[in-house]
Design a protein around this ligand. Structure first.
Ligand code: PEP
Ligand code: MN
Length: 480
């Protein structure tokens, strides 16, 4: 019998070992906070979650492409209007470039509105002054300041409210014309300093304007998106956007998990796991549309896999070099026993030098198992290194190398890369300059320049220009 085949409940994960667990000194305070969270309103709805599941099933069928992107970790201080709009602007620009090249709809999922918690390789950090303190675990657990490292449950509430604030502004931006394909120049292109990148983006935008004018002339502008279940709700001027975070803090995640009716549009079309008649309830994580299990918390008999197996949201699984082929299939058997389309996205992150040794075996094992999955490449997390000045960085060439290897291997294995997962930011400093955290790219960022505007308190992110470099590279690949 599978170790996880027993009855699932919102709290059944508590009987399993919790990797990356946080030791709160005051359990009473923690349970008060979690009780409060249980009463607060959902951030997302079942119909949004189901729409994403459906769109991810199209990614699995090669009818759409997935862009998963944002900060490694959000911080409470960086929750500002400018930061949110520049993040969305970059995701929209990136997806527009992909749509233009691949001629496929792009499903956009931001690492946003809840991406606060961080898994750590070590529980303790040695400070330069010799002191040893608890590691920083993200703004929803403790403070970056070494004197503020005691886990504080109130931070979970603060994370909830920062998530709602972010989402509130995000929803306003998306419905007030900012995301309109008719105004792509609003997405802060003015800050792109490389003349050739600017030219390339402007040529694309001019082509798009012509295409939109043409559609308007022939009256095709008001139609529905063909990739929405049950007809579209918007025009070309509106876009879908979804939120995601790593489902690391299980107390928080289960407090936001609610048993709610599955929308009729889903039950009527039938789903093997749901049955087909009468109103049906399911457990939705209402804190984000999409959640993923990190590479450090995906143990088959652990608490995270147990929690994730019971929620209806589409989920991601990080797949690194330590994942065995048969282990991957067993994780899929537990998390998607009915082999439902749209449920699982595998986010591979091996490193440029390791992908050849692992990805073909993983693809083959999944193909043999008959599990439907979307494969997306995270070329960031296997390529982190320390620069000579001690800053954590990633080299653009390694990122490109893992990505192009992934495209090549999928083709060779009769599979298809369905998307990318990136850590990037459109954030600018007061003088309008981008961050300097990853090396290389068309701007040829050097080791000496890394310290200029290094703003990440977590993993190094691609900046605006480096991200557009990747978007054009992928777009050109799919054009061929
Ligand atoms: C992340 O996505 O920020 C992360 C920590 O990834 P992984 O679990 O793949 O290391
Ligand atoms: Mn990261």
């Amino acid at each position: 019998m599978s170790p996880t085949s027993t009855e699932w409940s919102r709290d059944s994960w508590k009987s399993k070992p919790v990797a990356q667990d946080v030791g709160y000194p005051d359990q009473k305070q923690l349970s008060n906070v979690l009780s409060k969270l249980e009463t607060l309103p959902p951030l997302v709805t079942p119909s949004e979650v189901e729409r994403l599941r459906y769109q991810l099933s199209l990614v699995q069928r090669n009818e759409a492409f997935l862009l998963h992107a944002g900060d490694c970790a959000e911080s409470f201080d960086a929750c500002t209007g400018e930061n949110i709009s520049s993040k969305i602007g970059l995701i929209l620009s990136f997806s527009l470039i992909l749509i233009w090249g691949a001629r496929l709809p792009v499903v956009r999922i931001g690492r946003i509105a809840g991406q606060y918690a961080k898994p750590r390789s070590s529980s303790y950090e040695k400070l330069p002054d010799g002191r040893e303190v608890l590691s920083f675990r993200g703004d929803n657990v403790n403070g970056l300041d070494p004197n503020d490292r005691t886990p504080d449950p109130e931070r979970l509430l603060s994370a909830y409210f920062h998530s709602t604030t972010t989402l509130n502004y995000l929803r306003s931006l998306l419905t007030s014309g900012f995301a309109s394909l008719h105004h792509p120049r609003d997405w802060s292109l003015s800050h792109v300093r490389s003349p050739s990148l600017r030219r390339e983006f402007e040529t694309l935008v001019d082509g798009l304007s012509d295409a939109l004018d043409f559609s308007r002339t022939i009256g095709a502008d008001a139609g529905s998106h063909s990739y929405e279940r049950g007809g579209g709700r918007g025009t070309l001027g509106e876009v879908d956007f979804y939120t995601s975070h790593e489902g690391l803090m299980l107390g928080y995640e289960s407090a936001l998990t609610r048993e709610l009716p599955v929308p009729a549009s889903v039950t009527q079309t039938g789903s093997s796991a749901l049955g087909s008649s009468g109103p049906i309830n399911a457990h939705y994580n209402t804190g984000a549309h999409f959640l993923w299990i990190g590479d450090r918390t995906r143990q088959l008999t652990g608490a995270h896999v147990e929690y994730f197996r019971g929620i209806r949201n589409p989920i991601g699984i990080k797949v690194g070099p330590s994942m065995q082929d048969d282990e991957l299939v067993r994780v899929l058997d537990v998390l998607n026993p009915d082999k439902e389309a749209g449920r699982i996205t595998l986010i591979t992150r091996y490193g440029a030098s390791k992908i050849d040794a692992h990805l073909p075996g993983h693809i083959h094992a999944v193909q043999q198992s008959g599990h439907p999955v979307a494969w997306i490449c995270d070329p960031m997390h296997g390529n982190t290194e320390t620069s000579s000045s001690g800053l954590k960085t990633r080299h653009f060439n390694n990122i490109i190398s893992e990505l192009t290897s992934s495209l090549r291997i999928h083709t060779a294995c009769d599979s298809r890369l369905g998307g990318v997962s990136l850590e990037f930011t459109g954030e600018l400093n007061d003088e309008g300059f981008s961050v300097t955290e990853c090396l290389g790219g068309s701007m040829e960022l050097s080791e000496e320049q890394l310290g200029l505007r290094y703003q990440s308190f977590c993993d190094p992110r691609l900046n605006f220009e480096q991200s557009l470099d990747i978007a054009f590279l992928m777009s050109n690949h799919f054009k061929k």
